[in-house]
Design a protein around this ligand. Structure first.
Ligand SMILES: C[S@@+](CC[C@H](N)C(=O)[O-])C[C@H]1O[C@@H](n2cnc3c(N)ncnc32)[C@H](O)[C@@H]1O
Length: 249
């Protein structure tokens, strides 16, 4: 994906390392010696990350191609168990200390999302956590149909659905490493729209844009907010959820 924008290969690693630091901080005071369930695990970056923090990780992935990559990636970890299947028909078992959604909910419509969350709630340990890392939009929820069907929900829509599913929202935080990369992607998309393809020089412009953004970290992601500019169009947020009434820690 980073190639399409002319970003260096290390851009993906940089983003993941930043996100992993945030996730470690968000889970700092949580019980972590049980089992983590990673739903829509992709090739398993998060499963690997959780393997060093939890006794056991169960990673569920629906795509056959990604599942094969997940199996290979997680083969060195004796405490990761991989499952190929649709999360909607998956029998969750449990109990889990953590249930993690790393970009899965955007592929589910509201009914399926609520059904899944309600199915998972009884599988969470009493002090367990549900952590979501999901793409978001500022205004109205955007639904895209076609080859790539996806729902980009607003933070308020996520908040409402979590509440209606019986969950308590403990904390919301914008995913700054994601937003940094997304700013770069949207700038390059604009460049591609205005500059004819033979002149785009993505290898150079992409890298200059990326390293420019990196040099401006962490202020650059806050600048549009300070100036009141709705950029980038797509954001991403972490949602920390639990069952039962909120406990202030
Ligand atoms: C945006 S990717 C995120 C992958 C991974 N969590 C990460 O952060 O790198 C979402 C993943 O969810 C998987 N997925 C989408 N719908 C699913 C479903 N109903 N059941 C199982 N996996 C699904 C996709 O195949 C994809 O790997």
């Amino acid at each position: 994906m980073m190639d399409d924008f002319g970003f260096p290969v290390s851009a993906g690693d940089f983003r993941f390392r930043g996100e992993a630091r945030t996730v470690r901080r968000l889970l700092r005071d949580k019980k972590r010696n049980g089992t983590a369930l990673d739903l829509g695990s992709g090739v398993g970056y998060w499963a690997e990350e959780f393997a060093s923090q939890f006794s056991q990780v169960i990673a569920v992935e629906g795509s056959q191609t990604l599942y094969q990559a997940l199996k290979t990636q997680c083969a060195p970890y004796s405490n990761i168990h991989t499952i190929h299947g649709d999360v909607l028909s998956f029998e969750p078992g449990g109990p889990y200390s953590l249930i993690f959604f790393g970009g899965l909910l955007m592929y589910l419509d509201e009914h399926d999302m609520k059904t899944l969350l309600q199915k998972l709630i009884p599988c969470l340990e009493p002090n367990g956590t549900i952590l979501c890392r999901e793409s978001t939009v500022r205004n109205e929820t955007v639904t895209r149909n076609g080859n790539y069907s996806v729902v980009y929900r607003s933070v308020s829509d996520y908040t409402r659905i979590f509440k209606q599913s019986g969950l308590t929202l403990q904390h919301i935080e914008r995913n700054e490493p994601y937003v940094l990369t997304q700013m770069g992607c949207e700038l390059i998309e604009k460049w591609k729209q205005v500059v004819p393809e033979p002149l785009q020089a993505l290898e150079i412009v992409g890298r200059l844009t990326y390293w420019g953004m990196r040099l401006g970290t962490p202020w650059i992601t806050r600048l549009p907010q300070v100036l009141g500019i709705p950029f980038p169009c797509l954001e991403n947020h972490f949602f920390v959820l639990r069952t039962g009434p909120i406990v202030h820690e």
